[in-house]
Design a protein. Sequence first.
Length: 225
Amino acid sequence: MTKRLRKGLLPAVLGLGLGLMAKPPAQPAPLPVRRLADILDGRFNSLATLSADFTEIYTAPGEHRVESGHLWLHRPGRMRWDYQKPQRKLFLISRHSAWLYLYGERTAQRTPLKTSQDLRTPLRFLLGHTHLKRELEGLSYGGLNPLRSGDWVLRGRPRDMGGLYREVILEISPAYNIRRLVMRQVNGSQVDLRFRQIEANHRLPKGWFHFRPPAGVKVVPGPVQ
């Protein structure tokens, strides 16, 4: 996933519902949109760490790509994407750099966070403070059919995504988990992230967000803005 994205809404919304959840109702009760946004903000802003299995579906004119793996996040702003299928690769955010390594390759890319073009880079802000009602204009229900009956679906226009994204859609379970995050770009492409096996505030291994290039692997500069 290497599409350009500026710092903005995406870091916040991905993890809003991947946190500590109260006992869910059997079905989502009717809620005003602003009330649901407040609940998600509260869940998200209480997190220290979270992890989830993910499936990433990218579509564009003439292109369709499906990848999957596991995601870990840690306050303040560290993250690790371990891709397993169809190709093993690692995308990691440390304190100052973004790393991309395809297992078996002879090079690893390192990019300063401030200049990284990678869509995943702004997600380092995931465990910061967020306010969904300020980050999505025209927040309303709808936008797509839910993966599961009974889920809420919210949509809105991002205020700060570098003008690349025209709409962000969140599917939220009755337990206030975000099952799905869809980002629709102005050029007609779409990124669809789906989450499962979500765990919050678990202790993560020491050094889990530090990348050490394997023997014989050369570090090269990654793409910048």
